[in-house]
Design a protein around this ligand. Structure first.
Ligand code: DWN
Length: 428
């Protein structure tokens, strides 16, 4: 007999993105996660739109960060499926001379320091268009790129770099070690912070890395990011903002250990972390103890450190919007420079659209002719700046300030001015 359905109370509609909310720390599984900054909801940062796509729907996702009270990892409050962000990827490091030089130096120093023999296997995870591996290949080693972005894997193969277009993890690690042997060097530049299942990633590293091999990971350093107010590097692609303390607890679980840490100026302050098997014969540098000490002294294991950061971020938003509004009231023309993912976070968080910026210039051909996600500002080639001569340029790609301001010396000589936002708002 049908039992009468009890009248259920009205179901509250949970916003669809709540399914992406993180409940456990990615490294230690703790549920003691405290949100210390919310940047609101916004589209994915590399989600540039064509004119046609402007008419369509544009999914917005929450952007905020947690502090893990157990292992101190700073991490996003919501994780958007990797397929949405990385299967067709528009970021290409080789468009920046700074990045190309950086990769050349990385390959040369790794080959020399770790005495890599010709024919050894070098694997780059997140190999993008193969720029880094091209430098390794010049040293007569076997190279293999791994990157989920099929559009970039095609470019890499055209550059002569053997590339697997898939996400890296323990399954792919096993397949590669069975087919090509274990790797003497595995690199991952600006990748590890993008990985949600970080344990499967390092399970794979441990499987694929040869006994005397090294993993070289580079990513924005959590302490630099917070110390220098670089809040716009918080975006949906960057799931974790590592401290050395949090990394140690991660590697320990995979019988890996850090043998050296080298500060890198790239991307607003990154770290190059060299990792080996725990039973490696390679020397351990005193740098690790220095990093751990400086983190303790700065209070990276306290919530207050992160809450103070949040207050400084809100101040940047206030100062920037006040300045731009004032300049517009004075009929000044302002444009943006560098359609960077971080720039899109800045624009969306500060709610800056075409009412304040006429357009954005950018050197990446893929992005020219498109519109920025969420704020829908048109993107033009850099030469438009020279022709148009706006009064002010809001530098969105502040991590390349030197390269860009040098390139635009003529604009500055003629009285053009740059607005810089990080670590604080100023006109140069
Ligand atoms: O982790 C990531 C970081 C490392 O790079 C990726 N998730 C995505 C990417 O972030 P991004 O988009 O903020 O990257 P960039 O390289 O900081 O963006 C710089 C932008 O500025 C590019 O679109 C190119 C442009 N640019 C330019 O127009 N003229 C750059 C230079 C150097 C220039 O001279």
């Amino acid at each position: 007999m049908q039992t009468k359905r009890k009248k259920t109370q009205k179901t509250v509609k949970i916003p669809s993105y709540e399914k992406y909310r993180v409940k456990n720390c990615r490294i230690c599984e703790s549920t003691d996660l405290i949100e210390y900054l919310s940047l609101g909801t916004m589209p994915i940062p590399n989600g540039f739109l064509s004119l046609e796509e402007l008419k369509g729907k544009e999914p917005h996702y929450p952007l905020g960060v947690y502090f893990c009270n157990n292992c101190t990892l700073s991490q996003l409050t919501h994780v958007i499926p990797a397929e949405i962000m990385f299967k067709n990827y528009l970021y290409i490091p080789s468009t920046s001379k700074t990045m190309v030089q950086h990769f050349k130096a990385l390959a040369a120093s790794a080959m020399e320091r770790f005495n890599v023999k010709p024919g050894s296997l070098v694997v780059d995870i997140g190999s993008n268009d193969g720029t880094l591996l091209k430098f390794f290949k010049a040293h007569e080693v076997q190279v293999l790129g791994i990157d989920p972005a099929s559009n970039l894997a095609i470019v890499a193969r055209l550059n002569g770099i053997n590339t697997v277009d898939d996400f890296f993890g323990s399954k792919l690690a096993k397949e590669v070690s069975n087919s090509q042997g274990r790797a003497k060097i595995i690199t991952a530049t600006n990748v590890v912070a993008h990985v949600h299942d970080i344990h499967d990633f390092f399970k794979g590293i441990s499987q694929l890395l040869s006994p005397d091999g090294v993993f070289i990971g580079e990513f924005p350093y959590g302490k630099d990011m917070h110390d220098k107010n670089e809040f716009d590097t918080i975006y949906h692609e960057h799931l974790s903002y590592f401290s050395i303390h949090s990394l140690q607890s991660l590697f320990d679980q995979h019988k890996l250990k850090i043998i050296d840490i080298i500060k890198q100026p790239i991307h607003g302050g990154s770290v190059r972390v060299i990792v080996a098997h725990q039973n490696t014969r390679l020397k351990v540098s005193p740098s690790i103890k220095q990093f751990l000490k400086s983190e303790d002294e700065a209070g990276l294991n306290t919530l207050k450190y992160y809450q103070d950061f949040a207050k400084r971020v809100e101040r940047i938003r206030e100062d920037l919007v006040t300045l731009l509004t004032k300049l517009k009231k004075e009929d000044k023309r302002i444009i943006g420079y560098g359609a960077a993912a971080k720039g899109n976070v800045m624009l969306n968080y500060c709610n800056i659209g075409t009412e304040l910026l006429d357009y954005i210039v950018d050197s990446v051909p893929y992005k020219q002719g498109l519109y920025t996600p969420g704020t829908h500002i048109p993107i033009y080639p850099e030469m438009k700046l020279e022709k148009d001569f706006p009064d002010y340029v809001l530098l969105l790609a502040w991590n390349f300030a030197d390269e860009i301001m040098q390139k635009q010396e003529a604009y500055r000589q003629k009285g053009g001015q740059f607005i810089i936002t990080i670590p604080n708002v100023r006109v140069e």
